[in-house]
Design a protein around this ligand. Structure first.
Ligand code: ADP
Ligand code: MG
Length: 338
């Protein structure tokens, strides 16, 4: 494992680190025809960076990506009273609600991840998850949890693919796409750029990033932070043309009586999943890496890595409950053969 970190750390010198930290207002030059902008969307910091020789075209394209992500937020936020998702949550226990092709497809796709992960990924987690408030240190008591725990089950979602409508078969079901929507939005942002002919870019929304192409012949360098030490990296990866998602127990959490309550919920218990501290997934599409980072977090080190090792072209880096790092088989082989 030491070799792994050292090998990649050496490459850090040859290319800049992807950084979400230095915020600049508006579209700004990064030098050498690279342009970037950050904006708060979907409850997180969105960053777009791309290469183009003309500032006007570069900044217009970044604006188009931001608008696409803002459009997705308007449709899929559970906090906006006007969003399609809110309309679904308010009405679907009583009647089928037509949500349109895009939201329908993303919820249907979520259910495919539920089936693939033995229910670890489940957008109905929010039937209980919505009773937590991490900022106010609120968690549901045992009675409140007992009343809604049965509602966590993706099988309560009834789909009508002709009408793009969804109905909830249990009255306490509540859907939240926080484990997949940012990855979906990142993919859509990259598609906007591809359709305009861009070949080198990064779109990142919080812990979900997708890299298009390389950095003028060099890889992007992505650091994976230590879940307990903000300024320390557990791994540094040179990457091109790939999506990366990290789920951690350090982003939204509070502690009570020595127990950490955080935003990734085990659908079996309605309580935070506590086997691991962070999971990073590498793969082609951000919608998949986002859903799988949340899934592997819930599954834990053993079952999570088993799932990833069965899949093609997907890798994982897990920091377990003792702070020990584990990686998927093909990542291990890659490091060993370098
Ligand atoms: P973030 O980038 O918001 O930290 P993660 O990919 O780490 O997102 O996923 C955490 C989010 O996923 C939570 O904030 C919640 O919205 C949602 N979530 C929590 N538990 C589950 C689960 N078991 N299945 C699906 N989504 C979940
Ligand atoms: Mg995720």
């Amino acid at each position: 494992m030491k070799k792994f970190t050292l090998l990649f750390a050496a490459l850090l010198l040859t290319a800049p680190v992807v950084s979400l930290a230095d915020s600049v207002a508006g579209c700004a030059s990064e030098g050498d025809n690279w342009w970037s902008e950050e904006r708060a969307i979907m409850g997180t910091e969105v960053r777009v960076e791309l290469w183009h020789i003309q500032q006007a075209e570069a900044c217009a394209a970044i604006e188009d990506v931001m608008l696409e992500l803002e459009r997705i937020e308007q449709a899929m936020s559970p906090f906006l009273p006007t969003s399609l998702l809110t309309q679904l949550n308010e009405n679907a226990a009583r009647r089928p609600v037509t949500v349109g092709e895009e939201l329908y497809n993303l919820i249907a796709h979520s259910v495919e991840f539920s089936a693939m992960t033995d229910g670890a990924f489940d957008v109905t987690y929010a039937s209980a998850g919505r009773f937590y408030d991490y900022r106010k240190k609120v968690s549901p008591d045992a009675d409140a949890l007992a009343q809604v725990i049965d509602a966590i089950d993706y099988k309560h979602l009834e789909f009508n693919s002709r009408k793009y409508s969804i109905r909830y078969l249990n009255e306490n079901v509540y859907v939240d796409l926080g484990g997949i929507a940012k990855g979906y939005a990142v993919d859509r942002g990259i598609e906007v750029l591809i359709s305009k002919g861009f070949t080198q870019a990064v779109v990142a929304a919080g812990g979900d990033s997708r890299i298009l192409g390389d950095r003028q012949g060099e890889p992007w360098i992505v650091g994976i932070r230590d879940p307990r030490k903000e300024d320390t990296m557990v791994a540094v990866l040179p990457l091109v043309d790939i999506s990366v998602s990290t789920s951690g127990d350090y982003e939204r959490y509070f502690e009570r009586d020595g127990v950490r309550y955080h935003h990734i919920i085990d659908p079996d218990t309605g309580d935070s999943a506590r086997d691991v501290r962070s999971v990073t997934i590498l793969g082609d599409q951000a919608v998949m890496t986002d859903a799988l980072s949340t899934s592997v977090f819930v599954l834990g080190t053993m079952r999570g890595l088993e799932l990833i090792n069965r899949m093609k072209d997907v890798d994982a880096i897990v920091v377990d409950g003792n702070g020990v790092m584990h990686v998927s088989n093909s990542l291990l082989e890659m490091v060993a053969t370098k």
